[in-house]
Design a binder for this molecule. Structure first.
Ligand SMILES: C[S@@+](CC[C@H](N)C(=O)[O-])C[C@H]1O[C@@H](n2cnc3c(N)ncnc32)[C@H](O)[C@@H]1O
Length: 430
């Protein structure tokens, strides 16, 4: 059994907010398998159980957790021996090691899809296989000895989770294309070095590496909170021979003070609706260090929200798979609620949805965003960072709205949450 409603309410965090006491949790594969084997009558209980479990697991550090994190969207086998072996085979058969890395990457970016494929909800969603770009970078992963790919420092992603972001193909394509566009623009505009900052560079610092390959003038400061990811990132940079041009620094990008201004600031430390991850805090800290003629990616983020008929949420017509989990594909009437521009002061995200003219029925509140990356736009549902998130109540239950019949019953929903925070309990209904 493959119940989409169950999948929709799995917790969505990429970040690890804080440490709690250790607990024994099953692996996500086991949890998924168990869940789908249960009869329908047990699903409501299971939903609550899984949500609570997910919340718990998202608060555990890898220091205290022997099993992989319970992150349905990130839990995967990356970088297993098998994936690395496949990557080595591809590297040998393609002769990647003998070719110019920029040419290889450019060709492999073009192979990435422009859109995440939709599958009819009635059919099994095919697995999201690694792209050849992922394989190429995986083949450049050096010896992992001495590094824990599961290590998770509070607030960061583990090395494994950050590597898994490469599987988010449309996101990866648009960010890399945005970087090429920005560096080319800066290359034409200046004879001097182009100072780049990649804030949240990950264990495979794809964005920093690609920026450096786009122009010899680029010097890059790559910031990473997770110490194990920072170690791996340095090793990958050395594999590309870029250690003189990319400096990987283990640092919290929300607090780091650069010694010189940047021409280009890049940060993919965000989650849908600007929840869960610290991009707003990172850009607040670093945007003042971007030169006046400098560029920032993402260039802006449009937050959108909608009242989604519960029926569509429960039984979506299509699904989409970005990493491991299936997501319901919804196309409600998104309403623009806020345009976030890097560096803008943003202490809370607050808006009201008006349901007065909607047909009677039950609705859920969904939040997403469109991400502007230079001239490119990452649309809702095309990436984990634009996948609609649902407002839940504090207990982890999906809060439904029941609109009263008749045109005289105004039905408003006020939504308010902190950037980087959770959507749980974010809605109040009138
Ligand atoms: C979504 S991953 C992106 C990795 C890589 N840049 C990519 O796009 O594939 C975000 C990375 O930012 C790191 N990160 C999160 N918060 C951070 C912070 N405050 N300072 C520095 N790095 C941070 C995470 O540990 C993770 O490695």
């Amino acid at each position: 059994m493959n119940n989409p409603a169950f999948q929709n309410v799995l917790p969505a965090q990429r970040a690890q907010p804080e440490a709690l006491a250790p607990a024994v949790v099953p692996s996500v594969e086991q949890a998924d398998a168990d869940a789908f084997a249960l009869p329908a009558t047990h699903e409501a209980i299971l939903m609550v159980y899984m949500h609570t479990l997910g919340e718990l697991a998202s608060r555990l550090t890898m220091d205290s957790l022997a099993t992989p994190t319970l992150m349905p969207r990130y839990a995967s086998r990356t970088p297993t021996k098998e994936l690395r072996y496949q990557a080595e085979l591809a590297a040998i058969s393609e002769g990647w090691a003998e070719r110019d890395p920029k040419e290889v990457i450019d060709a492999l970016i073009l192979e990435l899809p422009d859109e995440a494929p939709l599958s009819p909800a009635s059919q099994e969603v095919p697995p999201n296989e690694p792209s050849r770009l992922e394989q190429y970078f995986m083949s450049m992963l050096p010896d992992l000895s001495g590094v824990s790919v599961d290590y998770n420092r509070t607030g960061s992603l583990s090395p494994k989770e950050s590597i898994n972001c490469l599987r988010d193909k449309v996101r990866t394509k648009l960010f890399l294309q945005g970087i090429a566009e920005a560096v080319s623009q800066l290359d034409t505009a200046t004879q001097d070095t182009i100072e780049v900052c990649d804030a949240g560079t990950g264990a495979i610092p794809v964005m920093a590496i690609y920026a450096a390959l786009c122009s010899d003038k680029v010097r890059c400061t790559a910031l990473e909170l997770n110490p194990q990811s920072a170690i791996l990132a340095r090793r990958v940079v050395a594999r590309f021979g870029l250690q003189d041009r990319i400096t990987v620094i283990e640092a919290d990008a929300t607090k780091y003070t650069p010694s010189k201004p940047f021409d280009l600031l890049v940060s993919e430390t965000m989650h849908s609706g600007l929840t869960e991850e610290p991009i707003v805090q990172i850009l607040s800290n670093l945007q003042p260090h971007v030169k006046q003629i400098g560029l920032t990616l993402p260039s802006s983020i449009d937050i959108q929200a909608a009242l989604v008929p519960f029926k569509e949420y429960e039984e979506p017509q299509h699904r989409i798979k970005i990493l491991k989990a299936d997501h319901a594909y919804l196309a409600p009437d998104w309403q623009h609620v806020l345009c976030y521009v890097p560096g803008r002061q943003l202490d809370k995200i607050a808006f009201t949805l008006d349901g007065t003219d909607l047909p009677d029925g039950k609705y859920v509140v969904a939040v997403t965003n469109r991400v502007h990356i230079g001239s490119k736009i990452l649309e809702p549902s095309q990436s984990l960072i634009t996948m609609p998130q649902y407002v839940m109540d504090f207990g982890g239950f999906l809060r439904k709205i029941e609109f009263a019949a008749g045109a005289n019953h105004a039905s408003e929903v006020n939504v308010e949450y902190r950037p980087g925070g959770s959507l749980n309990g974010a809605a109040q209904y009138k």
